[in-house]
Design a protein around this ligand. Structure first.
Ligand code: ADP
Length: 448
């Protein structure tokens, strides 16, 4: 059964059951109250009659009984031995009545040719001291009519109340299912067209809005991943083309000329080796880039940033015999992914080393809930025009393209991706001829 039909059937049925239950309750309550009222009246009449009969001489009894006889009624006095002492009726339909009380309550209702009759009974002591029972019955035509009218009114009201209930359940079904249908339609279209279309998020702040937001977020993520993947494939094939072509042409040269010409052979092997190393670096960095923004790849924990800085710098000092200084507090606790932060610092420190000759300075600072790290060098600096593109993939400042620094132009774009993953801001300040400072800042506590 469709969700819409289910909502429809469930709300309609539920409301019908509530209304029918209420109407039935009202009907039976009214019926009980009306019969009780009639029985009370008959009891009153009977009690007055018993008092009156005790004062009345035997020959006048019939007259008194007739005076107290209810209209459309019957009256019977039964002796203790079951003998009928008096048996009169004012309506021919009640010949042979009053009925025997069934003892289930203070009054009995009997059906007399489709009309209800109410009978009450009470003890009666005759003037002769004989214990007898007085039974009075009255036909309740008017009550039957009132109940029939009430039944009609209640059925009519229930039916009338069901109209808005049905209308609102149809509307409710539409409100709930329309966004789901739109979502299903968009998903189908996306699958058919291979697109990442989003859906209208609407203005409400309800669960359906939340669902649309979650779906659109998912589409964003899928779209980004797809773009990333495409970019990776095109970047990889574009950047790997040059070294592969170089390797291929030198290999052909070797094949053609053999190893007879020592100079050519040396040049070819040298070129093949350097291009292979370049390809290895490129693929490693491209793979790092492709993985860098997978949220699951980041594991945050409390760590001492000073320790991370020392651990990054120590092997570099040894490997390059250069001066790498660290300034700032001896302990700086913050929440981060230590491995990723180490990777990020390494890229910046390695660039400072590659593009300058003097000392490289790493500064640590804590300011208003933020950790600030700065990597400064006194290298040639970066022209202002290049600064906005520095974090683009494969971007290299022109003068460095020809220099043998062995770069790929991927380091800073990877640094940017890692900084994003860490929730950190990365920025650069540089003055040509003076030096360059790369800054990273991130909150000490991720929740704040
Ligand atoms: P790579 O270093 O592999 O070329 P990067 O993305 O790390 O790639 O850097 C991009 C370019 O930015 C470099 O080619 C270089 O021209 C410039 N650059 C990066 N860091 C510095 C620095 N500290 N000083 C001067 N230039 C730099």
């Amino acid at each position: 059964m469709k969700l819409r039909t289910r909502i429809h059937v469930f709300t309609t049925l539920l409301m019908f059951l509530i209304l029918a239950g209420l109407s039935t309750g009202i009907y039976f309550l009214f019926e009980k109250m009306t019969y009780e009222r009639q029985a009370d009246q008959l009891m009153g009449r009977g009690e007055e009659l018993t008092v009156e009969l005790q004062k009345t001489a035997a020959e006048d009894r019939d007259m008194v009984i007739r005076a107290y006889m209810p209209p459309d009624g019957a009256l019977l006095i039964v002796g203790a031995d079951g003998r009928k002492i008096t048996d009169v009726e004012s309506d021919s339909r009640l010949r042979g009545f009053p009925a025997e009380p069934d003892g289930s309550g203070p009054y009995t209702i009997t059906d007399v040719k489709g009309v209800p009759a109410v009978t009450v009974a009470m003890p009666f002591i005759s003037t002769g001291g004989e214990v007898a029972e007085l039974r009075i019955t009255q036909l309740a035509d008017d009550i039957a009519n009132e109940l029939a009218t009430l039944r009609l009114i209640l059925i009519g009201l229930t039916a009338a109340a069901m109209i808005p209930v049905i209308a609102s359940s149809v509307a409710l079904g539409q409100i709930v299912t329309r966004p789901i249908n739109v979502l299903t339609g968009t998903m189908r279209e996306n699958r058919e067209k291979g697109a990442y279309e989003k859906i209208d998020e609407g203005r409400g702040r309800d669960e359906l809005h939340e669902m649309a937001l979650a779906y659109n977020d998912m589409m964003d993520q899928l779209g980004r991943n797809y773009e990333k993947q495409e970019r990776f494939v095109s970047d990889a094939s574009h950047e790997l083309k040059t070294p592969i072509t170089v390797i291929e042409s030198y290999a052909r040269l070797l094949k053609r000329r053999g190893f007879g010409d020592r100079n050519v052979a040396d040049e070819a092997v040298e070129a093949i080796l350097s291009q292979s190393i370049r390809m290895k670096d490129l693929t490693a960095q491209l793979l790092d880039l492709a993985r860098s923004d997978q949220a699951a790849a980041y594991t945050f924990k409390q760590a001492d940033i000073r320790d991370i800085a020392e651990e990054t710098v120590r092997p570099m000092r040894q490997a390059y015999g250069r001066e790498f200084s660290i300034e700032g507090p001896e302990k700086l606790l913050a929440e981060t992914d230590p491995d990723k932060l180490r990777q990020l610092l390494f890229i910046l420190l390695d660039n400072a080393r590659k593009y300058s000759d003097g000392a490289v300075r790493l500064t640590l600072e804590e300011k208003e809930g933020l950790v600030e790290l700065a990597v400064a060098d006194h290298g040639p600096g970066i022209p202002e025009a290049d600064l906005p593109h520095l974090f683009d993939r494969f971007y290299r400042v022109n003068s460095d393209r020809n220099r043998k620094t062995g770069g790929t132009g991927l380091g800073l774009s990877l640094a940017k991706e890692i900084a994003d993953g860490l929730g950190a801001e990365i920025s650069v300040e540089s003055v040509v001829g003076v030096g360059t400072v790369f800054r990273i800042s991130f909150p000490t506590n991720r929740q704040s």
